[in-house]
Every structure is written in C-alpha cells, then in structure tokens.
Unconditional design. Structure first.
Length: 227
C-alpha cells in the first residue's frame, strides 16, 4: 500500500455538519478544515506502515469515530479510589466488560486503577464491524505495548497521544481492525485480580497491508477544542 488514504468521518451528532480537524505531521500539529466546534472531543487514529528496511510505504488516517462504551465507564471509575457507600452504589450500576466478555464491577472497599501501560491490539478479521458494546478484536493478530505517551496543547486544541509499533512476524498481512486495551489492577474484598479492557476499537474501511518483517505504527490522538 503506497497511496495515502484519508477517511474523514463526522463524530456522531455533535459534529454533524462540520469538517473536522486532522493530523498532518507525526508531531500532531493540528490543521483545521472548517472548524471543530469549541469544547468538543474527537479521536484520530493514525497508521504508518514500513517495510522490513524501515522505509515508510503507506499511511492511513481515520478521524472522528467514537470510542466504545467501556471508555466512558473506565474514565468514570478512574476517579474512584476509596469506598464510599453512595459512590459505590452509583459505580455498581454500570459494568465494564473485559476482553473475554465478562462483566465486572468494583464492590465494597474496591480499588480500580491503572497499573501497566496500555496496549495496541490489531486484528485481521474478514469483515469486522464497530459497535458501542465492543469488548474484543474479532480476530486478533498481534499486540504491542504503548511506547510513547504525551500530552500537548496549542492556541486552540489540547490532546493526548498514545503510540505503539508492531512488527509483523508472519507473511504479508491485511490489518482490518485496531484497538486499544488498558490493563487494570483490581482490589476487591481483600483479593486482587487484573483485567484487560478494550476502550477504543476501529474497523478499517479498507485493509492496511503490512509486509512480512515490516511494521505498523499505531497512534491514537484524543483532541479537545478549547478555543
């Protein structure tokens, strides 16, 4: 894949009628087409493919698809650090679903917090599809932990960047789906466990071919327009 493909999708409802911001350089400089409304949030997925020698041979940018429901539940739970009866009841009204499809909650005296770096996961399902309740990659081909995390701002936007690079150990592969997992350390009632949670999932509109021994760099940008 040598041609750069740009797929710009409107963010559901609140970005309807607007052209949206997109990434123009690896350093996440934001260029606007039209205007991203002030105060709104947009997710950008950037894929860069390199051959076995490290030469850039393809790029793909996907703009504006929403995260999965796990993301907003996970974000809410990140504020929960000690037991409070009222808060505990509110938290237990909404479940997270791990990558095995198991729902779980933090109950009495629970602690829910990040412990390890997030991981990029990629898949090669024949016809993957997005849904709000997605908790898995349909046909997992590989995963790699995030190697770069950053937060940035300019005169109009602030954003978080999460990036990881996966090297293809197989024959040429058509990547059709990409996601982001977070690993959670969970303390409940005196015992501990851990869970992988899918918070972002993207089914690609066309396959991205990664050659054997080549690499795929996956970057998620989380933008907020503040001015």
């Amino acid at each position: 894949m040598r041609a750069k493909v740009l797929l710009a999708l409107a963010v559901a409802s609140f970005l309807a009628g607007y052209a949206i911001a997109y990434v123009t350089t690896p350093r996440a400089k934001v260029a606007e087409r039209g205007a991203l409304p002030q105060g709104h949030f947009v997710v950008v997925l950037s894929l860069k493919v390199r051959d076995a020698s490290g030469r850039l041979i393809g790029e793909y940018t996907k703009v504006g698809d929403p995260p999965v429901k796990n993301f907003i539940v996970w974000l809410m739970r990140c504020f929960f650090r000690e037991y409070d009866e009222t808060l505990d009841q509110q938290l237990n009204s909404t479940d997270l679903v791990n990558t095995a499809g198991t729902s779980f909650t933090v109950d009495d005296d629970g602690l829910f917090s990040p412990y390890k770096l997030p991981r990029i996961v990629i898949g090669n399902a024949s016809s993957p599809s997005y849904s709000l309740d997605k908790y898995y990659v349909e046909q997992k081909a590989g995963e790699v932990k995030i190697s770069t995390i950053g937060c940035f701002y300019n005169s109009t936007h602030m954003w978080v960047m999460l990036r990881g690079t996966w090297t293809n150990p197989y024959s040429d592969m058509n990547v059709t789906e990409v996601g982001l997992w977070v690993w959670q350390y969970l303390y409940v009632g005196g015992s501990t466990t851990s869970k992988y949670i899918l918070i972002f999932y993207d089914a690609l509109s066309s396959p991205v071919t990664v050659p054997s021994s080549g690499s795929l760099t996956v970057t998620y940008y989380l933008y907020i327009r503040y001015a």
